[in-house]
Design a protein around this ligand. Structure first.
Ligand SMILES: [Zn+2]
Ligand SMILES: [Zn+2]
Length: 341
């Protein structure tokens, strides 16, 4: 299924791919639609230059091996890390593969070339990126590991042992997963804010202790009230709207952390004196390093679930409907998947 233009996906017949020496071919079983896929569908930018096969949250079965692949076998159930890091730059050598200066990424045109993703029957990927899927996880859960890793990394960033109050702004799929991981890290009081009542309800089901509808109250006032007037230890911004940053500064306590995980595309103004004078740590959290395996172990052990976030699935030939379901006004979808039988 190829993104060919604005809000246009087309199912095409392509020749069967043959793996190069170091690649495996994966028969795709499930692929989740990410917020970034949806953004690309609505407005294909350079990062997602059509014609492009989207999809970087997926699972499947190894179907063919390149001649130099030794660690995997045909028939093995797998998922993949979608970051195609270079292994040689300053960041890769430090283990910060998410910050690699030469990275490409599955299902995007990052780095200037199209790297086709998993919304297709078969895809190729180098063996370094393949992760065996534990037996306890279904293919559908396997296709949730990539966003889970993004959220686990975000939940850990700035986390301290004595942290008690964390506020998550925006509880779409990313915000909800962050809530779950914060609870699994043992954060006592997880608060959330959003504009959609259904999402706030879901956040409570995911473990949030307090949920504020920003249409009905001022979350800054509520967070202060819930923290003895002090403010949150940390605020995680999972909503891509500019004013969230100022609001986060207003609800964090002096010396606290504001962490941005949403992909925000607008310019924002804030007072730098506030950062300095109040000693706020302001940080970005992008992708992850080793968290896919860590998230898989948490899910396999039953300490955390992702199944409840999958709200619909569609076969590949009806893939365009999956995207339409996510942009339909007033829809209550969380994670929508494309499944291939
Ligand atoms: Zn994603
Ligand atoms: Zn690198």
């Amino acid at each position: 299924m190829v993104l060919v233009g604005e809000e246009k996906l087309e199912v095409q017949d392509w020749d069967m791919l043959q793996p190069k020496d170091n690649e495996v071919r994966i028969k795709i079983k499930a692929c989740s639609i990410c917020g970034s896929d949806l953004g690309a569908y609505r407005h294909p930018t350079e990062r997602f230059q059509p014609p492009l096969v989207l999809g970087h949250e997926f699972s499947g079965v190894i179907d063919a091996l390149g001649s130099k692949v030794t660690q995997f076998k045909v028939g093995q159930r797998v998922t993949c890390c979608p970051i195609l890091y270079c292994e040689e730059c300053y960041y890769c050598k430090r283990g910060d593969i998410n910050l690699c200066s030469h990275r490409r990424s599955v299902g995007t045109a990052i780095g200037g070339t199209q790297t086709h993703g998993a919304m297709e029957e078969y895809m190729l990927i180098r063996q370094e990126n393949v992760i065996p899927l534990r037996d306890e996880l279904s293919f559908e859960e396997g296709a949730m590991l990539e966003p889970s890793a993004v959220c686990l990394a975000a939940a850990k960033r700035g986390h301290t042992a004595d942290e008690e109050n964390v506020h998550v702004m925006g509880v779409g799929p990313i915000g909800l997963l962050i809530v779950k991981f914060l609870k699994s890290l043992g954060v006592k009081n997880v608060m959330v804010s959003d504009i959609l009542p259904a999402r706030l309800e879901k956040a409570k089901a995911c473990g949030a202790n307090l949920a504020f509808n920003v249409k009905e109250c001022d979350p800054v006032v509520e967070v202060k009230k819930a923290t003895g007037g002090v403010g949150a230890d940390r605020v995680i911004i999972a909503a891509g709207v500019g004013p969230a940053i100022k609001q986060a500064f207003d609800m964090v306590h002096n010396g606290g952390t504001v962490s941005l995980v949403a992909l925000m595309h607008e310019k924002v103004e804030f007072d730098p004196m506030e950062l300095v004078g109040r000693g706020i740590n302001f940080t970005g959290s992008y992708m992850f390093t080793g968290e896919m395996k860590e998230a898989m172990d948490l899910i396999a052990s039953g300490k955390m679930s992702v199944k409840d976030l999958i709200t619909s699935s569609f076969p590949l030939e009806r893939g365009q409907e999956a995207f339409k379901a996510l942009i339909a006004p007033g829809n209550n979808e969380i994670k929508v998947q494309i499944v291939i039988n």
